[in-house]
Every structure is written in structure tokens, then in C-alpha cells.
Design a protein around this ligand. Structure first.
Ligand SMILES: NC(=O)c1ccc[n+]([C@@H]2O[C@H](COP(=O)([O-])OP(=O)(O)OC[C@H]3O[C@@H](n4cnc5c(N)ncnc54)[C@H](O)[C@@H]3O)[C@@H](O)[C@H]2O)c1
Length: 416
């Protein structure tokens, strides 16, 4: 079988993580990269690790012409321009099997709809990358509990959290470029994975119908003067003027279209989780059965005492977003596999090879964007958002949150 040539747009944090994952995916090679920064480094990594003869291209169009599929691993604010350039290249003759886009699909519902429209116009097969749905731990939990689900009925409550101490680049912190704060950035993961596990076994990812969203957002740590100054110095964003939430929590209610049974997905996300590093937590409760996933539980722990701490070069080799380099540390030896990057890549490549969309396509990504934006609307209006009301759907189509507009100092109670 000839290997599928994949091209990366963007060569930052997620592109590097996905390159690590590619070492475990068969039938694919990294054929090229286009990025404003980091392309040469990614190309060298690819060649050194046998991932493919990754060429550095000078534009999205040139990359698109020379590979079989492209993955958009660039920041949220660059999506529309990049996907527009991919579509133009395809219309000009590039023979592309499919296009991958990282979460969140859009910063607003209108933006996500525009991306779906552009992809459709160019007849592109799509993959929306939501890694947590592909996590082996989540898939194994559902497989293991399949007989219980059949006998007792599907899960009725799912609780998901993704938390760490804050993103690595300034644009994530800037709500006008990113699309919001932690709800937009990580709420999308937690809402999606809960929706997935709540769906009755074997049903599509959008089977349960979202009927209501209720959420609260807050700025708990990074709005305080000391930490605001750190953000300004380190990331170049001023939370006195344009703050974003560092904590979000809420509930999405879903309804089974056949039985009309209602189920709940509770999400919690924060950028002020000052513990070992990134933690993904999910649990699911069905009648008479349950599961729990916590990525901070590893079979491997190391201890580094104060006297030996000087020798530590990079705490992040232990764990994504690690915040400590001494004491008792959790180490995850294969994070790319643990978080589902390997399985989502395999799924997308297999689907594109077969001429279809991935398990999660951009229409699905649009639904997740809508649920996150409904969360912002709920927090702003301090009420539950009724997604079954056509007037609410229309409101969401034209909605940009106050936070994303950079006008949320009052909403987030920033003290001057
Ligand atoms: N699934 C996950 O767990 C996960 C984790 C991190 C990031 N992400 C998503 O991946 C995307 C990228 O995030 P990141 O952390 O890699 O960001 P990053 O800032 O670390 O890297 C961005 C890369 O894109 C390049 N870039 C910027 N503007 C560009 C443009 N107009 N054209 C081409 N390249 C451009 C930069 O030079 C850089 O190489 C975001 O949408 C983010 O939400 C997902």
C-alpha cells in the first residue's frame, strides 16, 4: 500500500505532538509543512525519526498541491484564511483526499458555519480533531461496560474536566484572537467527550439532541494584580483591559430522540489548576455501573529531591504543562497515545483513503462550537439557554461573546 502523504499547516505545539503520534500510525508519511515559524525544525524532526521526507513549502497552496491530505494545526484566528486557501488550491486542481482541523472549529458559530460552507464548496472530506473521544481509556470503558449498558440502559450522567495551569502561547490568552478563554479552548473537549459517552452504544456522535446549556465563567487567578502582571510580562496580554475566563463550569442537557430520556453532561475547565500538570478527568454513571478516567494516575512516578533538582532540564518531558520539577512527579511515558492523538489520526487517514469523512466531521465540530457559545451566552445572561427554541438558534448564529469581543472586564469582575 502506498503511504498517504500528509501536510501540516502550523509547526507549533500540537503539530509537534501530532508528529510524535505519527510514529505510531501506519500507512502515512509527513510529506510537507507550511508554517510561519518552526517549519524547518519540524521537517528535521520528521526526517530524523523516519516519519517522511517532510518538505518545507512557502504557502498553503504549494503544500496543498503536493500532498494527499492537509491538517490545519495553526491558531484559531487563522482558520478561515487557511481553509479558504486550501479550497482555492483544490479548485485550481490540487487532488486532496481530505482536510483535518483541530478544535475548536470556530471562534463563533458564524465562523464554524463558514468553514463547513467552504469545505462543502470544494467537496472536501473533513475530520474534526477531538482527541478525547478517541482515547483508548474511553473506548475501553465503553467496550467493557457494553453488556451492562445493554442490560441496564445507557449512561445518564457524564462528568468531564480538562485542567492545567494555563496555555503556552500569548494568542490563547487573548480572547479576541482565541475566541474566549478556557471554555472556548478546553470546554469544547469536555463537552464533546461527555456527549460521546452518553450516546447509547453504536449510535453516531451527534445522536443525542442537545436541548439546554447552563454555564458560569469566572476569572479566579489570572485577574489578580500579581498574576495579571505576570501574564502581561510573559504573554503580552493585558487582563485589566481584555480579560478572559480561567474557570468555566456548566451543564449540557441532552435528549434521546427515540425514548425522550434526558441525560446530563457536566463540564469543568480551568487554567488555574496548579497541580502536577495537565489533568483529564472523566466519569460516567449508568444504572448500576460506572467508569472513571484520570490521566494523572500513571504506573510511573519519579521522585526528585531538592539536592538533585538542579539537574532537571525540562519538566514537560514528564507531563504536558508540568508545573514542577521536584518532589513526587507523575510521568506519562506515551502521552500522544494516552490522549487519543494516535487513534484520531488513524481514523482520519483511514476515512480519507476510503473517500469519506472521519468519525467526527466539521458539521460535528460546528455543533460543539454552538454548545460552547451557548455556554458563554448562558453565563452572560445568567440563565439556562433553551436550544430547542428557534429564536435562540438564530441568536447564536450572530453571537460573539463579550469576552471574545474583549469587553468583559465588568462581567469577569476585574478589580482595577
Ligand atoms: N487537541 C489538543 O489537545 C490541542 C492542544 C493544543 C492545541 N490545539 C489546537 O491546535 C491549534 C494550534 O495550537 P498550537 O498550540 O499548536 O499553537 P502554537 O502557537 O504553538 O503553534 C501555531 C503554529 O502555527 C503557525 N502559524 C500561525 N499563524 C499561521 C498562519 N496564518 N499560517 C500558517 N501557520 C501559522 C505558527 O508559526 C506555529 O508554527 C489551535 O487551534 C489549538 O486549539 C489542540
Amino acid at each position: 500500500m502506498e503511504k498517504m502523504k500528509l501536510g501540516f499547516i502550523g509547526a507549533g505545539f500540537i503539530a509537534k505532538f501530532q508528529a510524535l503520534a505519527l510514529r505510531l500510525v501506519r500507512g502515512v508519511e509527513l510529506g510537507g509543512v507550511y508554517a510561519i515559524k518552526g517549519a524547518e525544525e519540524l521537517s528535521a524532526y520528521s526526517k530524523a525519526n523516519g516519519l517522511g521526507d517532510c518538505k518545507v513549502y512557502p504557502s498553503v497552496a504549494e503544500l496543498t498541491k503536493n500532498v494527499d491530505a492537509v491538517a490545519v494545526f495553526a491558531p484559531n484566528f487563522a482558520r478561515i484564511d487557511i481553509v479558504g486557501a486550501i479550497a482555492d488550491a483544490v479548485k485550481a486542481g490540487a487532488n486532496l483526499k481530505g482536510v483535518i482541523c483541530e478544535k475548536p472549529l470556530g471562534r463563533t458559530v458564524a465562523e464554524a458555519k463558514e468553514l463547513v460552507r467552504i469545505a462543502k464548496g470544494a467537496q472536501l472530506r473533513t475530520a474534526y480533531f477531538e482527541n478525547q473521544i478517541h482515547m483508548k481509556a474511553i473506548r475501553s470503558a465503553l467496550a467493557q461496560l457494553g453488556p451492562q449498558q445493554k442490560a441496564m440502559g445507557p449512561l445518564t450522567l457524564a462528568r468531564s474536566a480538562e485542567e492545567h495551569a494555563g496555555p503556552h502561547e500569548g494568542w490563547f490568552w487573548d480572547p479576541t484572537r482565541q475566541g474566549g478563554g478556557v471554555l472556548s479552548d478546553m470546554g469544547c473537549h469536555s463537552i464533546a467527550v461527555s456527549w460521546f459517552v452518553l450516546n447509547p452504544l453504536g449510535k453516531p456522535a451527534n445522536y443525542l439532541k442537545p436541548v439546554a446549556v447552563n454555564a458560569e465563567v469566572a476569572l479566579l487567578k489570572w485577574g489578580q494584580p500579581t498574576y495579571r502582571k505576570q501574564l502581561l510580562d510573559r504573554m503580552g496580554v493585558d487582563y485589566t483591559k481584555t480579560p478572559a475566563e480561567d474557570f468555566a463550569t456548566g451543564m449540557v442537557t441532552f435528549e434521546n430522540p427515540e425514548t425522550r430520556q434526558r441525560v446530563k453532561a457536566q463540564f469543568t475547565n480551568s487554567w488555574m489548576y496548579d497541580k502536577q500538570g495537565l489533568r483529564l478527568f472523566m466519569d460516567g454513571l449508568g444504572p448500576g455501573y460506572a467508569f472513571e478516567v484520570n490521566t494523572l494516575k500513571s504506573p510511573l512516578e519519579v521522585f526528585i529531591g531538592d539536592a538533585a533538582a538542579e539537574a532537571v532540564a525540562d519538566a514537560e518531558t514528564a507531563l504536558e504543562k508540568a508545573t514542577a520539577s521536584r518532589g513526587l512527579l507523575t510521568v506519562q511515558p506515551n502521552e500522544a497515545d494516552l490522549y487519543g492523538y494516535v487513534d484520531e489520526m488513524e481514523d482520519a487517514c483511514e476515512a480519507f483513503r476510503a473517500g469519506r469523512d472521519a468519525f467526527l466531521n466539521w458539521e460535528y465540530g460546528l455543533e460543539i462550537t454552538k454548545l460552547c457559545q451557548a455556554g458563554y451566552l448562558s453565563a452572560e445572561q445568567k440563565k439556562t439557554i433553551d436550544l430547542t427554541d428557534p429564536a435562540v438558534q438564530k441568536e447564536l448564529d450572530g453571537y460573539t461573546s463579550l469576552i471574545a469581543q474583549g469587553k468583559a472586564a465588568e462581567q469577569l469582575h476585574v478589580i482595577a
